[in-house]
Design a protein around this ligand. Structure first.
Ligand SMILES: Cc1cc2nc3c(=O)[nH]c(=O)nc-3n(C[C@H](O)[C@H](O)[C@H](O)COP(=O)(O)OP(=O)(O)OC[C@H]3O[C@@H](n4cnc5c(N)ncnc54)[C@H](O)[C@@H]3O)c2cc1C
Length: 303
């Protein structure tokens, strides 16, 4: 099938892009890795595609205070390759799981957030780190926390005439550790279930921990799991080896999975199966993140 007819514009400034987006039925195209298949299947019929790739200011990738600012045209692969990306280890852990290298060379970080697929990796990272998105419209600019940005499956706090211009991810702090893993049918597929984890272990006996589960609801689901980790650490003594800590987390992770998984079953897996996946991934990745945090390591995951 081919896309329905549409007009195509390639403005050179954000202001011009916003003017174009003010027209009925206009839609942003960034990397096109999600939108083009949607057009080809005629699941969307925009009247005008507003290509933002000629807007220089949207390629910004820099340090802004203690955050990494990622402009709307920054490719996912750039974060993997540019030294600045290392300041946000959870992004680096998650990116190898996003499709394939060729997709990441075109696909943008902001495009993935704006697309808001509930099984996508980058929305889970943004939610776990409580990243902040900057959104512009013709009246001005506003910032939205990731926790308020994802409102339902493929739905965000943006309006059709608005543009996400950048996202700010907080830099990792000393004594923070991260974990990320998912299960999909094949590498490069969207996740059946996955977790992103951030642990702070300034005081190893009283860690703080936050977990995002994805692929299991209509949006990334965030939970503070500090109590769970503290109880597991206390059960086994601080400076716990990873395997022992993981074992101490099993019951708590099962309860967490019961709480967060609210998707119905589908052809790829039942609700019960997804709960098992979340329980197993959560206990493993929390234990890993804790060990990394206590070692002050920012070691990265799968290549
Ligand atoms: C075979 C295949 C496998 C894939 N596997 C994965 C996977 O495992 N994990 C995963 O997360 N994704 C996967 N994807 C999807 C894809 O990689 C990302 O979702 C994609 O990179 C989104 O970014 P983009 O720049 O290509 O966005 P586009 O396709 O250009 O846009 C996506 C949507 O976001 C909107 N949008 C884009 N940028 C903005 C902006 N700045 N402001 C407002 N709205 C905007 C567009 O209007 C559109 O609705 C896969 C895609 C394919 C084709």
């Amino acid at each position: 099938m081919k896309a329905a007819p549409f007009a195509y514009v390639r403005p050179g400034t954000v202001d011009d892009a916003l003017t174009e987006l003010g027209r009925d039925g206009a839609k942003v195209i960034a990397g096109g890795q999600s939108l083009v298949p949607v057009l080809a299947m005629r699941l969307a019929r925009p009247t005008t595609l507003v290509d933002i790739n000629a807007i220089d200011e949207l390629y910004v990738l820099d340090t802004d205070g203690d955050t990494l600012r990622v402009g709307a045209c920054v490719r996912q692969r750039t974060i993997q390759r540019d030294a600045k990306g290392a300041a946000v280890p959870l992004l680096r852990l998650a990116l190898p799981w996003v499709g394939h290298r060729e997709l990441r060379s075109r696909g943008t970080v902001c495009g993935s957030l704006a697309h808001a697929d509930p099984a996508a990796e980058l929305p889970a990272v943004a939610a776990c780190l409580d990243a902040t998105l900057t959104i512009r419209n013709r009246d001005g600019e506003r910032t939205v926390a990731a926790s308020d940005f994802f409102t339902a499956a493929m739905t965000t706090a943006t309006q059709p005439e608005e543009l996400v211009t950048s996202v700010h991810f907080p830099h990792a702090k000393p004594h923070e550790g991260f974990g990320f893993a998912e299960i999909g049918r094949r590498h490069g597929d969207f996740a059946l279930a996955g977790v992103a984890v951030r642990v702070g272990a300034g005081d190893p006996a009283r860690p703080t921990a936050r977990l995002t589960a994805f692929g299991i609801s209509d949006r990334p689901i965030v939970r503070d799991v500090s109590t769970l980790v503290r109880e597991a650490v206390a059960a086994d003594g601080s400076r716990t080896p990873e395997a022992a800590l993981r074992a101490a987390l099993v019951d708590g992770a099962a309860a967490l999975a019961e709480d967060v998984v609210d998707t119905g079953g589908d052809a790829h897996g039942s609700t019960a199966y997804r709960r098992q996946l979340i329980a197993a991934l959560a206990s493993r990745e929390i234990a890993r993140a804790y060990v990394r945090a206590t070692a002050s390591s920012t070691a990265e995951g799968p290549a």
